[in-house]
Design a protein. Sequence first.
Length: 70
Amino acid sequence: MITKLKLKVLEAYGPGNQNRFAASLNINPGRFSQYCTGLRRIPAHHLLLISRALHCHPTELVGYREMEDV
């Protein structure tokens, strides 16, 4: 399963750089991998760090849609 978070990281940093990206944010790479695969929920403080680093809104990473889109 590829989540929106994993796609954003791949787009921004390329394949194989997920661990380096996580380490740069002081997030355990194993835990970050679980965020990317959807095995673990992303805490709000990590979601904000990640979205700032990827220059996107946090809702883009978790698949939130506006009510009009539903």
